[in-house]
Design a protein around this ligand. Sequence first.
Ligand SMILES: [Zn+2]
Length: 285
Amino acid sequence: MPVINNFEVNVRNSAELVEFLHSVRLPENYVLVSLDVVSLFTNVPNMPKDNLIELVKMCFDTSYFTFQNDYYIQLDGSAMGNPASPSLANLMMNHVLRKVRFKALHMNDNGVNKIKTQGNRFRFPFVKGLSHGTSSSFRFTDWRPAFYNIRTIGDIYSKLKDITPLGQASELVYKIPCSCGKSYVGQTRQYLSKRLHQHRYSCEEKFRSKEDRTALANHHFLTGHNFDFDGVKIVDREGNWFKRNISEMVHICLSDTVNWRTNTDRLSKVYIGLIEKYEGNRNSA
Ligand SMILES: [Zn+2]
C-alpha cells in the first residue's frame, strides 16, 4: 500500500477534491487558499541512512492485529497482514535463492551427469481429466505446463482471520432498509458507524426544514417512515473512489431505492441497459 494512503492530509485526485469540496461548508470569514510548492523534489533533503532504517523498523515494530476483539502485537518475525511484510519476505527469499541453486539432473546413457533442459514453463490450473491432455498437447514444443492447485491453503484457513466489525469497515457501498421495503444506497470512505451516525442525525426533527438534505432524510420527513440503521448491509467494498461511485450507482439501479434520480446521472446508458437486463433475468429466475 502506498504510504501516502495513510496520510491524513491527502487528496488522491481532482475528482476526490471535488467530492470533498461539495461536502464542506466554509464558516463565515473564512477564505479558501491555494498554495504551491516551488521545485518540490529538489527541495526534499536526502534522508540519512539511519533515519530510513529507523522508519523501516517502526513499520515492523508498531503493527498490530485483532483477534476476538483484542489487540495483539506480533513479537516474532514480520507481522502477518502488515503491508510491508511481503516486500521484506521477497527480499529475504531473493537473498536465500541467490545462495541456493536448483538444478534438475539426470543420468544420460553414458552415465554422465547432464543438466536436463526443462523447456519454458508456464503456470496452468490443475483440472482433473483435462490437465493430462493439456500436457500431451505441448509434447512436441519447448513449452511445459506447470500445474497448480486452484484451491489454496488460504481457501481452507482464511476463516481464521477475524472479521472487521461492521461499523469499523470503511471504503464501501452500503444499503439501509426502510420500513416500507425500499432502501437507501450510499457510499463512503469513512467508517460505516460514522456515516450511519450522520444519517441518524440528519433524521432528527430539527432538520425537517433543512434544504439540501440527503434522499434518506428527505424520504424520512416526507413519508414518516423510519430507516432500520441496524439492518444496514455492505453491498460492496472498493478502495478506489471512482469505482466506488460506479458501484454505488449500479446498486441504486439494482434495488428499489429512495435515492434521487440524479444520483445515477453519471452512469453510462450502456450500463443501465445491462443492469435492466440482469434485473429482468434475476426477477424471472
Ligand atoms: Zn420508506
